[in-house]
Design a protein around this ligand. Structure first.
Ligand code: FA5
Length: 349
């Protein structure tokens, strides 16, 4: 076969193979095979020196023509393959925008936050403003200034988490507040000699056994009113109004006498247990009543520590939990559910 015929044969074979190439990879290997540095056409071009002198110009010209032709055919095929590959990819990744969307489950407020907001609204109607006090407290505010000196047996009422760092204030020990009552002292010292009507929401911490009705971390919503001529009747009216607005007018509640070092006289507010209807259960400690709040008339020593002359001023204070009253309002049978992070529970509200 003459060198010219060989050239034409390579051309035909190359064009046939190009027509069969279906992918970019096949195309690249075709390009290597025919047009690359070691490809068929390049090798043929090198043969020109071995031909008889008279054939060389025609042969060289034909090689160049075929090279150009194959180059053009390659570009055209590459364009086609690119288009088909894109079309395949688009149809594979096609999104059917007519399909119904997947529902997004939006978050919502935690039950404690819902209860707190309701309590703010209730006490807001009675003229109480929100006052914030710190979670990490000085021992003096949590205990001593509230008429609970060191070694007072009443300190046993609040098992305490102590904080190691004593801080700047003259080595006074720090703790995680065991109740929101220290906020009373902060409000009095800041507001004195003005009358006061505040609520103090916040977390409390106690080193105690967790049960169906007790957590080691829970909320309280302290209330404090200081003025001239405030009496026990005002306190009981406020507590019963709170219960009416939170539970509705028919809820059975009672106020019974109690003891707290920072109030005199002291009381506790109970509400009828909804879980056993009086028969007795673990939530109500088998009494038929669940204790919601401690309360009382601010002790004269505490008033004086806050800067108010107890012969001129009087006041009442109360301290309900938040989760415990909420248990009866939203029918939560175990306080541990509040912070157990079980979504089935959280989504109930
Ligand atoms: C106190 O903490 C007093 N500071 C309340 C007070 C304020 C009395 C102002 C007088 C004047 P007590 O320890 O009883 O009191 O707690 C008050 C309320 O907090 C309880 O009635 C209950 O509703 C809630 N509570 C107490 N301990 C826990 C606990 N471990 N888990 C959940 N709630 C609790």
């Amino acid at each position: 076969m003459s060198s010219f015929d060989e050239l034409e044969q390579i051309r035909e074979q190359a064009l046939a193979e190009l027509a069969d190439a279906r992918t970019t990879a096949a195309l690249e290997s075709w390009e290597d095979r025919y047009l690359g540095r070691k490809g068929e056409i390049t090798q043929r071009a090198r043969l020109v020196g071995q031909l008889p002198q008279e054939d060389r110009p025609a042969y060289g010209q034909r090689v160049n023509e075929i090279k150009r032709l194959l180059g053009q055919a390659f570009e055209a095929r590459a364009e086609e393959i690119k288009r088909t590959e894109l079309a395949t990819q688009l149809s594979a990744e096609a999104i059917d925008v007519t399909l119904p969307g997947r529902p997004v489950i939006p978050g919502h407020l935690h039950l404690t936050t819902q209860a707190l907001r309701e309590l703010y609204a209730i006490f807001g109607k009675m003229g109480f403003e929100v006052y914030e006090a710190p979670d990490v407290e000085l021992e003096a505010y949590n205990f001593d200034l509230l008429n609970i000196p060191e070694y007072h047996p009443a300190r046993d009422m609040w098992d305490t988490f102590w904080v190691k760092d004593t801080g700047e204030e003259s080595g006074d020990r720090r703790l995680l507040r065991t109740h929101t009552s220290p906020g009373q002292m902060r409000a009095m010292r800041e507001r004195c000699p003005e009358p006061i009507r505040v609520i103090l929401p916040g977390k409390c911490y106690r080193y105690e056994q967790i049960t169906v009705r007790s957590e080691h971390q829970f909320y309280q919503l302290e209330g404090l009113a200081v003025g001239k001529g405030i009496t026990m009747t005002d306190l009981i009216g406020t507590l019963t109004q709170f219960a009416r607005l939170f539970y509705g007018p028919d809820k059975a509640v009672r106020v019974r006498s109690s003891y707290f070092p920072f109030t005199e006289p002291s009381v506790e507010l109970d509400a009828a247990c909804i879980f056993c209807h009086g028969a007795g259960c673990a939530v109500c400690k088998y009494t038929g009543w669940l204790e919601l709040a401690g309360a009382g008339m601010v002790h004269p020593v505490v008033l004086a520590n806050g800067g108010y002359d107890p012969d001129v001023w009087s006041g009442f204070a109360f301290g309900p939990g938040v989760e415990r009253p909420a248990m009866l309002r939203y029918s939560v049978e175990d306080i541990r559910l509040f912070y157990g992070n079980d979504l089935r529970f959280l989504r109930r509200f």
